[in-house]
Design a protein around this ligand. Structure first.
Ligand code: NAD
Length: 517
């Protein structure tokens, strides 16, 4: 079904948006949406109702090979297209994504559960990567140094690497695929995307927009599945680079297996992000920001603030924080006024509940308890209400594990130094934030904290795409980060040319066997 036809369907109808995922979700191979011949299917549920929306195929080996065949054979022509023509495709793609932002958001809410405004933000943050990719004519420039020696010049090209692949998580169904394939293809690579099997709809819609934008057949392909598809990507010799975002278990496996097979791998993984509240902070702003960053998207953001470190007297603000958290409205993501929707699955809900209960058993206090929340009209949904656990210690299971739900752990410390020690001893380094009105305190924090992305009075410091996403330590494996200049580095290799063009025709009398001095 073409986008033209999609546009003629009623905007409000989700069936209308589900051209590639009504019934069975299709594969996207060589520019066509095709039905899989597999006998293995995974159901996709609406997390607010647990009704089945679509089935995702576990693509067969032949189908996955066909996707790579297509990516491999389109590489020569795509990589030889002028950089200006690839840039024009990105201009069209960014325009189409902007026009369809609301439709993509609806698909996300239905499959992932987040609220419509939050889903629109998911699309927007991916769109910004596409907008940045439009600067490829500057970003892909190499270096030059003329007259390196007599009549000798040296220059570099940043050339594409070939077929690249991406494996994405469930929590940002538009943003994270858009961190990957637009940057890869604008550099001249071709792509095989394996979206999360839990919410593939946004990726399928984006594939149609890419086709409409002029991405040639074979340049972008989509396969589906879970572990077998991931292992196929890690092992397939023609795939040169893998981008992964998701859990530690999958990320470490993919990093090891992909690297052992000689591939370039970038892997963004789990997190435990601490927000430090100094007693001199603006109380209103800090508490509102903490609550938004802990409970927004039901805590299913890798940059959610999941631990609040109250320094000194700021611990007296905890009752006010609870009051704010209590006011948040829990409901299905498509209902107006909802602040937080359901978590992705009954298993995710059970895991969150178990971790909160473990904290209680290990001596912490659950002072706001969302474990038994009921949402009228959506009794079968996977809802967890805002939950606040105080008196948390670093050795507790709820602190050591990533909870990935609407749960805020709080700890009280006496000094900034103590707060820094807690954060720097945590295995993760994805993000952190400090709330303070003192510049020197902020400066000390940003310099001494061992975390890759730091917010100063900014709760979720996700860098915009002119920078890169620089999570560190246990939150990242690889050398080049996602998007920005580092993203271009990941998707290109440097070719260095040294050339000698003498004005006079000098003929050497004998071979030079020693290094030139
Ligand atoms: P996940 O690891 O379960 O799934 C991610 C992808 O890996 C999926 O495509 C899935 O099919 C595949 N996969 C899952 N288990 C696998 C296994 N055992 N072997 C091989 N492949 C496997 O992650 P998720 O639950 O979809 O996403 C949540 C996680 O992602 C959280 O840990 C969150 O912190 C992390 N995340 C990190 C970032 C970041 O930038 N650091 C961003 C978003 C999400």
């Amino acid at each position: 079904m073409s986008l033209l036809l999609l546009r003629t369907l009623p905007l409000t109808s989700l069936r209308g948006l589900r051209a590639f995922s009504a019934g069975n979700t299709k594969l996207f191979i060589n520019g066509e949406f095709v039905e899989s011949r597999t006998d293995k299917w995974i159901n996709v549920h609406n997390p607010a109702t647990n009704e089945v929306i679509t089935r995702v195929p576990c693509a067969t080996q032949d189908e996955m090979k066909a996707a790579v065949d297509s990516a491999q054979s389109s590489f020569a022509s795509w990589s030889e297209q002028s950089v200006l023509s690839r840039q024009r495709v990105m201009f069209r793609l960014q325009e189409l994504i902007r026009e369809n932002q609301g439709k993509i958001a609806k698909l996300i809410t239905e499959e992932q559960g987040k609220t419509i405004p939050d889903a629109e933000g998911d699309v927007l943050r991916g769109l910004q990567v596409v907008e940045h990719a439009c600067s490829i004519t500057s970003l892909q420039q190499g270096d030059t140094l003329p007259s390196l020696s007599k009549d000798m010049d040296c220059y570099t090209y940043r050339v594409p690497i070939g077929v690249c692949a991406g494996i994405t998580p469930f929590n940002f169904p538009a943003m994270i695929p858009l961190w990957m394939f637009p940057v890869a293809i604008v550099c001249g690579n071709t792509y095989v995307l394996k979206p999360s099997e839990r919410d593939p709809g946004a990726s399928m819609f984006l594939a149609e927009l890419a086709r409409q934008a002029g991405v040639p057949a074979g340049v972008l392909n989509i396969i589906h599945g879970s572990v077998d598809a991931v292992n196929f990507i890690c092992d397939e010799p023609r795939i040169r680079a893998i981008s992964f975002v998701g859990s530690d278990t999958a990320g470490t496996h993919i990093y090891k297996r992909g690297s052992q097979n000689g591939k370039r791998v970038q892997a963004n993984m789990g997190a435990k992000n601490h927000g430090v509240v100094m007693p001199d902070a603006n109380k209103e702003n800090s508490l509102n920001q903490l609550v938004g960053a802990a409970f927004g998207a039901a805590g299913q953001r890798c940059m959610a603030l999941s631990v609040a470190l109250f320094v000194g007297e700021s611990k007296d603000w905890i009752p006010d924080l609870i009051e704010r958290a209590k006011k948040l409205k829990i409901n299905a993501g498509d209902q107006p006024g909802t602040d937080l929707g359901p978590v992705i699955s009954p298993a995710a809900k059970q895991r969150i509940v178990n971790l909160v209960t473990s904290g209680e058993k290990e001596g912490a206090q659950v002072i706001l308890d969302g474990r038994d929340v009921k949402v009228s009209g959506f009794e079968k949904g996977n809802f967890v209400g805002p939950t606040v656990v105080t008196g948390v210690k670093p050795n507790m299971t709820c602190y050591r594990e990533e909870i990935f739900g609407p749960v805020l752990l709080t700890m009280n410390v006496d000094t900034l130094e103590e707060a820094l020690e807690v954060i720097n001893q945590n295995r993760y380094g994805n993000g952190t934030a400090i709330f303070t009105s003192n510049g020197a305190t902020a400066r000390k924090f940003q310099n001494e904290v061992d975390v890759g992305q730091v917010g100063v009075n900014v709760p979720i410091p996700v860098p915009l795409p002119m920078f890169s996403f620089t999570g560190s330590r246990g939150s990242f494996l690889g050398d080049s980060n996602f998007y920005g200049r580092k993203g271009i580095d990941f998707f290109t290799q440097t070719k260095t040319i040294t050339s000698l063009w003498k004005e006079e025709d000098v003929t050497h009398q004998k071979p030079a066997v020693a290094m030139p001095t």
